[in-house]
Design a protein around this ligand. Structure first.
Ligand code: ZN
Ligand code: ZN
Length: 277
């Protein structure tokens, strides 16, 4: 593919040799980027239009082209629509990317009216009623399978009202067919972060540096309660330590506002705060 020189000055042209090296460096860099991002598209989809060009774009320019949809036809890898919870209901996130999925459902089944695409699955950050109250109805209406950490999935299958804390909301839970989530889904790593509940999870996308944090981390040093059934403060501290190892830009928490940038700082504040408790 790179045998034909991009200029008319022949195969011996030293400029061409320099360009060949640049093309090779670019291919390597993009391959690495694609692997880091977990983006499924073929490398050649991105590279091919450029290799016949007179000027091969630099790595920085390629990065910009890959992430800024206004510059070419390539889309953002991940786009998240946030439905900030009202009252006792948690935040709900609609993640659009490799797959479309919903993170938590909150307590209001009318959330489905705000969803404008097919949903491949619903993922629960943990079992609590403020995140799962509308799960049965939303799952039926969207015809989407439901997934959570095995410990949370079991509690939801058994409708364990005690640990789901549905009683605090004056409700009871129906048993729901929630399945065990894998370690990775649609480019997101599933990180087990016990503390708020024993099977709480966070979802992390390395390419976009996004953390969907459930009730583990909140903005400005907040953390979820650890005094509810299956909660544990020592586990929470360990989970926060684990999260500081990730390079996080934006945080999508289960309650409160979304953090657009500098997520690492918020996680470190949460860890500092938790160790004072
Ligand atoms: Zn919550
Ligand atoms: Zn909770």
């Amino acid at each position: 593919m790179i045998n034909k020189p991009p200029c008319d000055c022949g195969a011996r042209c030293s400029k061409w040799n320099v360009r060949k090296k640049r093309i090779w460096r670019t291919v390597t860099a993009v391959t690495q980027d694609v692997q880091e991002r977990g983006y499924a598209a073929s490398v050649y989809d991105i590279i091919y239009p450029w290799i016949s060009y007179r000027h091969v774009p630099s790595r920085m320019m390629l990065r910009r082209l890959m992430t800024d949809p206004s510059k070419n036809s390539l889309k953002y890898m991940v786009e998240i629509e946030s439905f900030i919870g009202r009252g006792f209901s948690s935040n709900v996130f609609l993640v659009k990317g490799e797959k479309n999925f919903l993170v938590d459902t909150g307590t209001d089944p009318d959330i489905v009216k705000r969803i404008d695409c097919n949903i491949d699955r619903i993922i629960l950050t943990h079992r609590h009623y403020d995140h799962t109250g509308a799960l049965g109805e939303v799952g039926d209406k969207l015809n989407a399978p439901m997934y959570a950490h095995p410990l949370e999935a079991k509690a939801l299958r058994e409708a364990d009202d005690m640990s789901i804390i549905s009683g605090s909301f004056g409700k009871t839970m129906e048993p729901l067919d929630v399945m065990d989530i894998e370690d990775r889904y649609a480019g997101f790593h599933v990180i087990h972060t016990p503390g708020h509940t024993e099977g709480s999870i966070c979802l992390y996308h390395a390419g976009e540096k996004i953390l969907i944090s459930g009730d583990t981390v909140f903005p400005s040093g907040g953390i979820g309660r650890t005094d509810l059934p299956t909660g544990n403060m020592d586990d929470m501290v360990d989970s926060l330590k684990k999260l500081t190892e990730y390079d996080v830009d934006s945080i999508y928490p289960g309650h409160m506002r979304v953090v657009e940038s500098g997520g690492d700082r918020h996680i470190k504040m949460s860890l500092r705060y938790s160790t004072y408790l």
